[in-house]
Design a protein around this ligand. Sequence first.
Ligand code: DMJ
Length: 468
Amino acid sequence: MPISSTTVSAVRGLRRSVVAALAAVLAAVVIVPTAAAPPSPAINRRQLAAQVKAEFLHAWRAYERDAWGHDELRPLTRKPYDWYGESLEMTPVDALDTLVLMGLKPEAQKARLEIDRRLSFDRDLFVKTFEINIRLLGGLLSGYELTHDARLLALATDLGRRLMPAFKSPTGLPYQFVNLRTGAVRGAGTNPAETGTLLLEFGTLSRLTGDPAYGQMARRALVATYSRRSAVGLVGAAIDVETGTWTSSDSHIGGGIDSYYEYLVKCQVLFGDDECGAMWRTTRPAIDRYLADDVDGRRWYGHADMETGARTAPTYSALAAFFPAALALSGDVATARRLQDSSFFMWQQHGIEPEVFDYRTATVKRPGYHLRPEIVESTYYLYRLTHDPAYLRMGETLFRDFVKYCRTDEAYASLASVVTKEKADEMPTYLFAETFKYFYLLFAPETTLDFDRVVFNTEAHPLFRTFP
Ligand code: DMJ
């Protein structure tokens, strides 16, 4: 068929408009970003690290002034608080490695002397196995590894020995409470976080003392938790250590289960324990199949029934925000990035994150903010693993909001409500162990601590890897 002149001119016209359109696209590509979206201002890491340190010291001075030698400071009433009525030096032990990493030498020396002279575990007290393990045993071990103060290892060994009776249940799952002096136990009702978050500390204690019993007991407890997963591969929210039966079938990745998953990942990285790696690899598909929930393009992890896998509640939490770090460490950086964006979305709804969030309605379910570190921890991991400056910018936003809403004239305080920003009389020890530490490490020179040589326990105490 002959080509008419109309056709030729139409083709030419089309070519011209395609060329014009291409030129417009090119112009947009070349010109628009510089005009409409100027590059974000460079992050001044040195200045931010100095600011984090100054804010840490603001809270630390308050503790020194109003609660020195006690477990915690209540920041609004400015009164000391001891968890069990007498002090176990929780804040100095939990804070020691952060003081060392920040280069706060006189403060670190003072805390170390306080611990060396005053801390004794020969107490007729029923203590919570999980909390004492992650904060005190973890803090003493990392303190020892960073300072080589032999007294810290002696204290850690004494504490580990006193916690060991907790494992003497018919299942090997640890009792919730153990008496530090008598070894008596109580609290058969516990949860996977409490039964599965002991191996990094006890395994490290075995390595440092040469006594394998610590690691063996903690490992047995982790395996005992894993082996009780349901047919669909999930664990529940409550378990009885004497019968090994689940007393809550609520499955999720938040508080009460969270660090069980974290330790499955980390015990492979810290000790090269392939069985842990295998337990994680069989667990992950169940988490993704039943708990993962994509809403409007965002990735969340909600709740499901552990037996049926049926979805129960579309809620995510401040505690669940540890999961991007665990995912990234396990090698799944892509999902970690997506979930971190969701955690940040939750944070941005009120300029600070609530304890529990309904991701389907984007509403607050529990409004408190307990100075939690998890979202900062994940920001730090993602930055270290990707070197994407977006995570420095995210960290800067988190830090500025955190200071804006949680700083008081005297100290730092939790929020009773992220909606009203009303404060609560609480300054947990993990503020020093974790929240400030992760902010600091995010901005500080990477030589401050070699990310590849350590594994952080769930309380952010770095333990040195024994596996290349
Ligand atoms: C810390 O004690 C630990 O990170 C624990 O695993 C979970 N909760 C707090 C901080 O939010």
